[in-house]
Design a protein around this ligand. Structure first.
Ligand SMILES: Cc1ncc(COP(=O)(O)O)c(C=O)c1O
Length: 397
């Protein structure tokens, strides 16, 4: 065949000659992503099918129904957003905020601040209440803030990945109903792993991610919207100011009409179906109990080694533990050592806790006693080398 005529000469700049991808074995015990379950990886690697194929449409319904189970909700509008947890976070705000709406954000860590930033971008009038990083809110301060600010939405984080705090939720939904306000909850680090009852807690909007408690790689952001939030969306006087995340458009695809909106990431949804299938097979109660038991094993082991946990026991999050870096230890160098020598990832502190804590995740597939014991063994054998000798510290001082 004669070569095709090429109107311009082809430059070889940027043309890398690479080998096929090869990734190292890692045990991801940080804030996420967590390792994916092997059968989820198998599901992801299947040949794509069309996003309007009847088989795919059946799968969409299964994913929605299993998400409702994972969240313990009957919400009709329950879908995996194409995008990570932040896309689903943005979807909750984009669909329900109208310019000038008052949004109250209860901030107790980094992801509360992200909610503040996003709500402001949708022109909400944002008010905040704050707790120190490592603490949670009580009902009295939430009620006082609802009375003082009279918001249309209260937004908060159930499982604060930056601090390792699990916000107690009992009673907050009732307060929101009493003060005529929607309750929006970040469940990114709790879905599938920590007790979560969207309907019983009267949560109106929630979002999550695929890469933590669900043992799937990052790429989907589960989203759910209850009837009160749907009513607010239906009463909007303007269009949702974000085309991609507009739930009324997305529901024409995920609802019964099956109208094309965007090309769904079909393989991600194959993986999500498998992840949720595994969760249903294990049972929510068993999955929650497993995460709790392994977290308690980790907490006891760390304390036995003389390490201090940042969060008081009643508020501790089973999926993410913050451990204070002892005086004189180079925390970054130690976590780098774990990665380089043993292929284990643990996280460092974020924001107010930067340089002060390690963040250890036990999420989904990775929440096992074997992983806990392996990590504890390494803290026991390796940490001493990263403590400065007292003489050296004295010389610096
Ligand atoms: C509590 C919380 N909210 C939101 C997010 C954002 O999710 P993503 O990074 O998947 O966009 C994260 C990410 O770790 C998180 O931990």
């Amino acid at each position: 065949m004669p070569p095709l005529p090429v109107p311009f000469s082809i430059s070889s700049t940027h043309r890398l000659g690479l080998d096929p991808i090869a990734t190292p074995e890692r045990l991801l015990l940080g804030p996420g992503p967590s390792n994916a379950h092997p059968t989820v990886l198998q599901a992801l690697s299947r040949m794509p099918i069309g996003h309007l194929d009847p088989l795919y449409i059946e799968l969409m319904g299964e994913v929605q129904e299993l998400l409702r189970y994972a969240w313990q909700t009957d919400n009709r509008l329950t879908i995996p957003m194409s995008g990570t947890g932040s896309a689903a976070m943005e979807a909750t705000l984009a669909n329900t905020i109208e310019p000038g709406d008052k949004v109250l954000v209860a901030v107790m860590g980094y992801f509360g601040l992200r909610l503040v930033d996003m709500a402001g971008r949708y022109r909400a009038e944002v008010a905040t209440i704050e707790r120190p990083w490592g603490e949670a809110f009580d009902l009295a301060e939430i009620e006082a803030a609802l009375i003082a600010h009279r918001p249309t939405i209260l937004a908060m984080v159930h499982a604060e990945t930056s601090t390792g705090v699990c916000q107690p939720m009992e009673g907050i939904g009732e307060l929101c109903r009493r003060h005529d306000c929607l309750l929006l909850l970040d469940t990114v680090t709790s879905l599938g792993a920590v007790p979560l009852h969207i309907d019983a807690w009267q949560v109106d909007l929630a979002y999550s991610c695929s890469q933590k408690g669900l043992s799937c790689p990052p790429g989907l952001g589960p989203f759910t919207m209850g009837p009160r939030a749907e009513a607010k969306l239906a009463a909007r006087s303007d269009k949702v100011p974000n085309w991609y995340l507009d739930v009324s458009l997305l529901n024409q695809y995920w609802g019964s009409d099956r109208v094309y909106h965007h090309t769904a990431p079909v393989n991600m949804n194959f993986g999500m179906r498998e992840a949720l299938r595994l969760l249903a097979e294990e049972g929510l109660d068993a999955a929650w109990a497993r995460h709790r038991a392994n977290a308690e094993r980790l907490w006891a082991g760390l304390e036995r080694l003389g390490l201090e946990l940042h969060v008081s026991e009643p508020l501790r999050l089973a999926t993410l533990t913050t451990v204070r870096i002892p005086e004189g230890v180079d925390g970054k160098a130690f976590s780098r050592h774990l990665l380089d020598r043993f292929g284990i990832e643990v996280g460092g502190g974020l924001g107010a806790l930067a340089g002060k804590v390690w963040r250890i995740g036990l999420m989904g597939y990775n929440s096992t006693p074997e992983n806990v014991d392996r990590l504890l063994g390494l803290f026991e054998s390796e940490l001493a080398a990263f403590r400065s000798a007292p003489a050296a510290v004295a010389a610096i001082a």
